[in-house]
Design a protein around this ligand. Structure first.
Ligand code: PMT
Length: 398
């Protein structure tokens, strides 16, 4: 079903980013209804936003024939999620005080869907105690606040106040739309490859992009979990609402996972950890003619196995298996050997599955012997299915 986003634009310079946000929402096949304040029209034109949203832009409480309109209620009722971006100190103050004196504030007062507020202003305005008090009050009302970023501001100051990039607002909208069925759970996710240095310029690694692990972290955070992500070197952005612990080697990943795991309810180990590392890495670049002798390897610690041996009954561990031949048979062995509750098997030989794809083809193997085979689907969808399963297993625990 098409989801409807009510996008409120108030009068700040960061309104120039809104056309890009509208394009992302339309690309995701969402219906976008824009409501602008009078001041917003000084920064971006209704014509631009109408063309991109493919909807009439609403900015006026009163129809031309001067008949009182109930459009504000129709707009509020039609929204699955409402967003104000950029949200100025003025509109934040008005909403906090319950003022409804133009179309946008009136619609916002009438909404029953989730509301995401994206403050953006000069750093001193943002740090003003009244603005901060208002934001705390709005949070208390259950509204989502997307904190502004730190950086160079249009006014010449540097500090907190920048409107996050459209991709981040888009992600926050998706998060606001998601049911919060994982609220209260602490989830540790590992993602990406590890790098095992041979010398300062060479290392051993693998083809993991981190997309699968990032998808799990993103969906878990969107569904309300408190997510910590331990990730090797990534080439893709990390979701704004997860705690990132960046590592490079398998040994570093081992140390971080072992430190965080005791406080977690669920661990999803999507990282492709290097099984071996150069036995004697050098501090300076190795001459070519010494490389063959230097390429002696030693085994890295098996992180998931180590976790399995300290795991409490109430904790769920989900491992992955990336295989090209006899994947199910091999994954079954891994499930027992690594004391995991579930293994997600990717047959990385199939088209669209495994490394670096946006899609995956997976089979879940559970300790109970149950197996669940899935067709090719986006990694985000695979992530939701993994989380559904892990959540159900966790609920069954004492
Ligand atoms: O990152 P993408 O490009 O999106 O690709 C996704 C993926 C293919 C990397 C991912 O879905 C995946 O399968 N990850 C696990 C790959 C892997 O290392 O499989 P494995 O069979 O070698 O390891 C099995 C399990 O043991 C994994 O959960 C792994 O994290 C864990 N392991 C492995 C070695 C080691 N030293 N310590 C570990 O904990």
């Amino acid at each position: 079903m098409t989801q409807s986003v009510l996008l409120g634009v108030s009068g700040g310079i960061a309104a120039y980013k809104i056309p890009f946000l509208v394009r992302l929402l339309k690309k995701a096949e969402m219906n976008v209804q824009i409501v602008m304040t009078e001041a917003a029209k000084q920064f971006v034109t209704p014509m631009t936003l109408a063309a991109l949203s493919e909807n009439r832009v609403c900015d006026n409480m009163w129809e031309d024939d001067h008949q009182p309109s109930v459009e504000h209620i129709t707009l509020a009722d039609a929204a699955d999620v409402a967003v104000i971006a950029p949200a100025t100190a003025n509109i934040i103050g008005k909403i906090t005080s319950g003022i409804a004196d133009d179309l946008l504030t009136t619609v916002i007062t009438a909404i029953r869907c989730p509301l995401l507020i994206c403050p953006s202003m000069n750093v001193n305005m943002y740090n003003n105690p009244i603005v901060q008090r208002n934001l705390r009050a709005l949070k208390k009302c259950g509204y989502h606040i997307l904190d502004p970023e730190y950086g160079f501001l249009a006014c010449g100051w540097t500090g907190a106040g920048r409107l996050p990039e459209p991709e981040i607002i888009f992600e926050a909208i998706q998060s606001a739309l998601s049911p919060k069925d994982l609220l209260g759970l602490k989830i540790l996710v590992t993602a990406g490859p590890t790098e095992e240095p041979l010398d300062p310029v060479r290392f051993i690694t693998n083809r993991s992009s981190g997309k699968m692990g990032i998808a799990v972290a993103r969906r878990a955070a969107a569904r309300g979990a408190d997510v910590t992500l331990v990730a090797g070197p990534l080439k893709i952005p990390v979701p704004f609402n997860v705690k990132l612990i960046a590592v490079r080697t398998a040994q570093e990943m081992y140390e971080k996972v072992m430190a965080f795991f005791p406080q977690m309810d669920i661990l999803v180990k999507a990282a492709a950890v290097a099984d071996f590392r150069p036995a004697r890495p050098r501090d300076s670049k190795m001459p070519k003619d010494e490389l063959d002798k230097a390429l002696q390897l030693e085994t890295n610690l098996d992180i998931i196995k180590a976790v399995g041996s300290v795991k409490k009954d109430c904790q769920i561990v989900v491992g992955f298996a990336a295989e090209t031949d006899r994947p199910i048979e091999k994954a079954k062995k891994k499930l027992t050997k690594k004391n995991a509750d579930m293994i997600v098997v990717n047959d990385v030989g199939l088209p669209g599955a495994g490394f670096d794809h946006d899609t995956n083809v997976v089979t879940f193997i559970l300790r109970s012997g149950e197996m669940e085979q899935h067709e090719l689907m986006p990694k985000e969808k695979v992530a939701d299915l993994i989380l559904d399963r892990a959540n159900a297993l966790q609920r069954k625990k004492p």
